[in-house]
Design a protein. Structure first.
Lengths: 409, 367
């Protein structure tokens, strides 16, 4: 048992580090990182960085070389991730396209389409979004209602999507629709990719509890999609969606925000009732709990990496990451604000203000526990797919979709 | 990265598991719980014959000279199977004390018979309802003999010798006292888990031999033992999760398997999360123990807290999943519920280990 690389891994790590060293600044501390002045600026910087990655063969590393990838092994991707985390590099706009749209295109698009659409995803020239959730279809995502009707070889789309990250700056989107409302819920779906500049698409930002707007509502009014942009057979949309949902659940990992280290350092510097908070036993107990959770996730990840390193498929441990880290973030944020006493609720734009980090965690955790599969859906997945327990009995099984009550009625 | 047990170690784990299953150790634990015996002598001799007691003892002292990773996988299976033997007392505590802090003559005199299982050792530490500290230990060693009282000594009624914490002048250290000599009085104590025997011991000028002295040795001993106890707790926790799942799958209510209800599925998912965190932290502990890493105090406390939490979660929710039957004497759920408590109490409570964890992180941060 050790934490060492194999010879090939060490060689690859060195190569990755050296390339990064030559092309990006090292982080100056654990809290240092890349930040963009605005979304627009960020997008520009990401595109420049992605182009550079692609030119030197570090883009979409596990993809085939023909589409702009490197044909790397899973362990090489992990090592790259570890090395890149030491540097201040742009990120955050391309993940959905490369992580979710890319794989589904690779599986279901024609060869010509792959050659046309995959390379610009790898180079960062084109941005993609994912059009799945709807107002009446969140956790029950198969319950979508956006209508797709075929006339000749053109589909007409009408309906509304929601929680679409980056729709306002995306070039293309992957879209799941209902083509047959009289079929049972999972049977009448059809999957497409769509040009986001198509006439009839309207994007409206959603204001979140933090005041920011990272997501959108997307309205479709008589949007035309050629049948050639259908992915998978008519009525097979659920099967196609699962490819991306599984990728999404793996992609939404650790909740970012204050963690054990921040809470520990806060408790060591902040008075609570006349003495340092760290001297309070209740504080020590909480800190110990968070440390154990953080450590458990870290070493679960190491176990996964070890499996990859041996060329095996990792176990299902990663399914617990989001549940544990999301809840931990919510508790740590609440603790930080508590320790700061009444000052904890004061909002400030002041650079580096102690309470800001906990306030963002306070807002962010509430979203993390829902995004990409709620805690409850993830527990269903663990019990069904990991422990092999039966599915819940469904009230809508076998019933034509248009006879099932959904949403708020 | 190779953060896994090796194929050989996993094979040893498999051998241990099959052996313990074949020996119906859960039934044996029930027999001890219900009967007059303090432990299962037949199982103990078989465990010794398998070489489990000799695992980490060097060959020069009659051991197998394997490492602590091997001992960890055995501990997990002993915990899973509720084996009613003095293994934890004799191997994780008494053998470790002598291995780490005993003179060569103590090693020569004791390790071969500990390896073969002929001798059983126990660790006598607690004295009252207050957890033992460097300040509150009252047992005292003076002029070659030891006086004072200890309580809740696991396997105290069957041990051939005790490793006793006692003060000597200004220092607190570890001392070896034979159980059959003058001045040693042993009284069995009933406990929440009668499948493991406990005793109160009174020493009156009992002849004792000092190990290397110092409170830090006691801390190190407990850190090392904590990793092995954690693996027992992990095995027990996973056994409870598996039992709860099996029962839920086969139990029907409201016209369907109760395993299809989200209330039950989410309970099992919570158990799985607790077990996965504990397992990952136990591996960290195993790594630190087997490599004598400076991180051992942090790693030991982390896995101890995590495994105690997982076993608590799984053993109580296993009863809950079984409903009324889980509360009966007839079903095995209570055997695990009891053992969970016994293991959680044995080398210090969760609160103590949480405090140790934060203290070790404070120290690490100062450097």
């Amino acid at each position: 048992m050790d934490f060492n690389d194999t010879q090939e891994e060490a060689k690859f790590r060195k190569e990755a580090y050296e390339w990064l060293k030559a092309n990006a600044p090292l982080k100056e501390g654990p809290k240092d990182g890349w930040r963009a002045a605005s979304e627009e600026e960020g997008l520009k910087e990401v595109k420049v960085w992605q182009k550079k990655l692609h030119e030197d063969g570090w883009a979409c590393m596990h993809w085939p070389k023909a589409y702009g990838g490197r044909e790397s092994t899973p362990i090489e991707r992990v090592i790259w991730g570890q090395e890149v985390s030491k540097f201040k590099v742009p990120g955050g706009y391309l993940e959905i396209g490369q992580g979710m749209a890319g794989p589904v295109m690779m599986m279901y698009a024609t060869e010509e389409q792959k050659e046309r659409y995959l390379p610009p995803l790898a180079t960062g020239e084109e941005i993609w979004c994912q059009l799945f959730s709807e107002p009446a279809a969140g956790s029950d995502v198969a319950g979508i209602k956006t209508k797709a009707e075929l006339d000749g070889d053109t589909w007409t789309i009408n309906g509304q999507k929601v929680w679409t990250s980056g729709a306002h700056f995306s070039d293309y989107g992957i879209l799941v629709t209902r083509s047959d409302p009289s079929a049972p819920k999972h049977k009448g779906l059809t999957f497409f990719f769509v040009d986001m500049k198509s006439p009839g698409i309207e994007v409206k930002p959603i204001k979140q509890i933090s005041g920011g707007a990272n997501f959108n509502e997307v309205y479709f009014t008589d949007v035309k999609i050629p049948d050639s942009q259908r992915l998978g057979a008519v009525g097979d949309g659920w099967k196609v969606s699962l490819t991306t949902l599984m990728n999404e659940r793996l992609a939404v990992g650790d909740a970012s925000g204050p963690d054990f280290e921040e809470a520990f350092s806060l408790a060591r510097g902040q008075d609570l009732n006349g003495k340092l908070a760290i001297e309070n036993d209740a504080v020590r107990e909480k800190l110990a709990d968070w440390y154990c959770q953080q450590s458990g996730l870290k070493f679960a990840k190491y176990r996964n990496i070890s499996a990859l390193s041996r060329g095996e498929t990792p176990g299902p441990q990663s399914s617990i990451t989001k549940i544990v880290s999301g809840n931990k973030l919510q508790e740590v944020a609440n603790f930080g604000l508590d320790i700061l006493d009444s000052a904890g609720i004061i909002r400030t734009d002041e650079e580096g203000a102690e309470q800001s980090m906990y306030q963002y965690g306070f807002y962010g955790a509430a979203g993390i526990r829902i995004a990409g599969g709620t805690d409850e859906i993830l527990k269903n997945i663990i019990s069904e797919q990991v422990l092999g327990m039966p599915q819940d009995m469904r009230a809508d099984k076998g019933i034509p979709f248009n006879e099932i009550p959904s949403g708020n009625k | 990265m190779n953060f896994e047990f090796s194929a050989d170690q996993m094979q040893l784990k498999d051998i241990a598991r099959k052996f313990l299953e074949k020996e119906e150790t859960v039934r044996r634990a029930r027999n001890i719980l219900e009967g007059e015996e303090s432990y299962d002598k037949d199982l103990w001799s078989q465990v010794a014959e398998m070489g489990f007691t000799a695992t980490a003892i060097p060959e020069e002292y009659g051991g197998l000279g394997l490492g602590y990773l091997e001992l960890c996988v055995i501990a997990e299976e002993l915990g899973r199977s509720l084996a009613p033997t003095p293994f934890s007392s004799s191997v994780y505590l008494a053998t470790e004390s002598i291995l780490q802090f005993g003179s060569d003559s103590l090693k020569q005199a004791n390790l071969p018979s500990l390896a073969s299982g002929e001798k059983i050792g126990a660790f006598a530490h607690a004295e009252s309802t207050t957890s033992p500290t460097e300040k509150n230990i009252t047992c005292e060693f003076k002029d070659g003999s030891l006086s004072g009282s200890k309580i809740a000594v696991t396997d105290g009624d069957v041990a051939d010798f005790f490793i006793v914490s006692a003060k000597s002048g200004a220092e607190v250290g570890l001392f070896l006292v034979e159980s059959s000599i003058d001045g040693v009085e042993i009284t069995s104590q009933p406990t929440l888990d009668p499948s493991r025997s406990h005793a109160a011991i009174t020493f009156k000028n009992a002849k004792a031999e000092a190990l290397d002295s110092g409170w830090s040795n006691i801390t190190t001993l407990l850190d090392r033992a904590a990793v092995l106890f954690s693996f027992e707790q992990l095995g027990g926790a996973e056994a409870c999760m598996d039992m709860a799942k099996e029962y839920a799958m086969g139990r029907y209510a409201f016209g369907r398997s109760i395993a299809s209800f989200q209330a039950i599925k989410h309970k099992l998912a919570d158990m799985y999360i607790a077990v996965e965190l504990a397992r990952s932290n136990c591996y960290y502990g195993a790594w630190a123990l087997s490599t004598d890493a400076p991180e051992l105090p942090t790693a030991a406390a982390t896995c101890r807290v995590s495994a105690s939490q997982a076993y608590h979660e799984c053993s109580k929710e296993n009863i809950q999943t079984h409903g009324g039957m889980g509360f009966t004497w007839e079903f095995d759920c209570h055997l695990y519920y009891r053992r969970c408590r016994q293991l959680a109490a044995n080398i210090g409570s969760q609160s103590i280990w949480k405090d140790k964890l934060i203290s070790s992180l404070e120290r690490a941060n100062q450097i």
